[in-house]
Write a protein that binds this ligand. Structure first.
Ligand code: Q9C
Ligand code: ZN
Length: 341
């Protein structure tokens, strides 16, 4: 399996996130990509750089132009006032407040984000753009008839919506890739999100659309981040009615229960007639993950890859979460089992 990877991810290097009452070193840090690369290199798979010429049109279709300019410019404005610190919101809009983009940098940060775990640094925009080029280069390889390709994206993407960041995510790499398949003339594209956390950004982007089926297995938002989206009764709206499927699972879920729901998800993907699959590949479902609560074991990740392969659909794997050193082993197990099936 080919991996697409850019070392520009290193430019996004947040110092601290606000977590449960105190500032904490960022869980989502550059080292993660090294951990993942270790797993890929051990298998001797080809690693390619993103194509610098790849069209960014799908990015502009997924994200609002004003949000993208916010991402591009906010750190420079912030650093004039706070040169020693990362840009992070401390106030957000709520019910009864206006939904407006204020002039103040603090107001803008609140308007375009939804948590205090997602610092914006000097290199966040460059790294996010490199991740988008990475996923779009990988998408082009799948379009050119590769059976499976891995986009080693960092920062991750599935919590980012059309005009907001959060959950360590800025640009929604998986959504951008799905849009790229549509622009290439495909129909019945699907996103299968297996990250521990609900992919609230991806769901919100496609919620009223029938051209991208979104299916997610994740921790029940009643007990886990992102808390405000990812419930079972969220099935899509308008033309998108029936094209969003959530499987919220309780804390402690292990392979036995997980795989039952995965098989259901695969049946839905088959019934839809999926032509191209984007897998939002978080491996924070592993028992070892420091910020998550599922109990998948190393060998379960091979089963996961095997089951995804059983769909027999060209598949783009996009890296999402996973915050422990063995993250590359789990990713490699998924990809190797997919390849072998
Ligand atoms: N300080 C992904 O796995 N944790 N994102 C909440 C806020 C946020 C995880 C703590 C977890 C986001 C891509
Ligand atoms: Zn996650």
């Amino acid at each position: 399996m080919i991996t697409v990877y850019s070392e520009e991810h290193r430019l996004h290097d947040g110092r601290q996130e606000f977590h449960r009452g105190k500032m904490h070193p960022c869980f989502e840090r550059p080292e993660r990509a090294e951990w993942i690369l270790d797993g890929i290199r051990q298998r001797n798979w080809e690693i390619r750089e993103p194509d610098p010429q790849v069209s960014l049109q799908p990015l502009y279709r997924i994200h609002r132009p004003r949000y993208l300019s916010f991402l591009e410019t906010i750190y420079d404005q912030w650093s004039l006032v706070h040169p020693q610190d990362d840009a992070i919101a401390h106030v957000w809009s709520c019910r009864g407040h206006r939904q407006i983009e204020p002039e103040s940098i603090y107001g803008k940060l609140g308007y375009y984000s939804y948590d205090a775990g997602t610092p914006i640094t000097a290199g966040t925009w460059s790294a996010s753009l490199a991740a988008v080029r990475t996923v779009l280069t990988a998408q082009q390889l799948v379009h050119a008839e590769a059976r499976g390709v891995f986009a080693l994206t960092r920062p991750p993407g599935h919590h980012a919506g059309a005009d907001f960041c959060g959950g360590y995510c800025f640009c929604n790499n998986a959504a951008v890739a799905a849009e790229a398949f549509l622009l290439d003339g495909l129909e019945r594209v699907a996103v299968l999100d297996v990250d521990f956390h609900h992919g609230n950004g991806t769901q919100s982007i496609f919620y009223d659309r029938s051209d991208v089926l979104c299916i997610s297995l994740h921790a029940d938002p009643a007990e886990a981040y992102p808390y405000f989206l990812g419930y079972r009764d969220e099935t899509g709206t308008g033309p998108g009615a029936g094209f969003n499927v959530n499987y919220p699972l309780p804390t402690g879920t292990a392979w036995d229960a997980y795989s039952k729901h995965l098989l259901e998800a695969l049946a839905v993907l088959r019934a839809y007639g999926t032509t191209r699959l984007v897998v939002a590949l978080g491996v924070d479902t592993c028992q070892q993950d420091p910020i998550s609560g599922f109990s998948l074991r190393a060998d379960d990740f091979a089963r996961l890859g095997e089951l995804i392969a059983s769909l027999r659909v060209p598949t783009l794997f996009v890296m999402e979460g996973g915050y422990y050193p063995a993250v590359g082993q789990m990713v490699a197990k998924v990809l190797a089992a997919f390849d072998a099936a």
